[in-house]
Design a protein around this ligand. Structure first.
Ligand code: FES
Length: 106
């Protein structure tokens, strides 16, 4: 288990326990985190699980793969630290990770 903090666009934070090997999207859905829709269920086909990785965590999390990059083009308000949370598998190095949810998905 590792702790992940989700912060919404208003600055409200929730910290939850995340199982190693789960995706950040699954962790968000299991914990009713607002702001993650995940229409496609994690198939990298909807971009409604878009999150912003805290800039201090970018090196640990790493860049998106090619298919994720393609799908991110359909997300709103994409920035350099944008990732699709269904493509982020929780690992031990993510202990304390902070991700932010966008004001809107889709
Ligand atoms: Fe659809 Fe992540 S849940 S792209």
């Amino acid at each position: 288990m590792t702790k992940i903090t989700f912060e919404d666009h208003t600055g409200q934070c929730v910290t939850v326990e995340a199982k190693l090997g789960s995706t950040i999207m699954e962790v968000a859905i299991q914990n009713n985190v607002a702001g993650i829709v995940a229409e496609c269920g994690g198939a990298c086909a909807c971009a409604t699980c878009h999150v912003y990785v805290d800039p201090g965590w970018m090196d640990t999390v790493g860049p998106p793969g090619e298919s994720e990059r393609d799908m991110l083009e359909f997300a709103n308000g994409v920035r350099e630290n944008s990732r699709l949370s269904c493509q982020l598998k929780v690992r031990e190095a993510f202990e304390g990770l902070i991700v932010r949810t966008p004001a809107e998905q889709g």
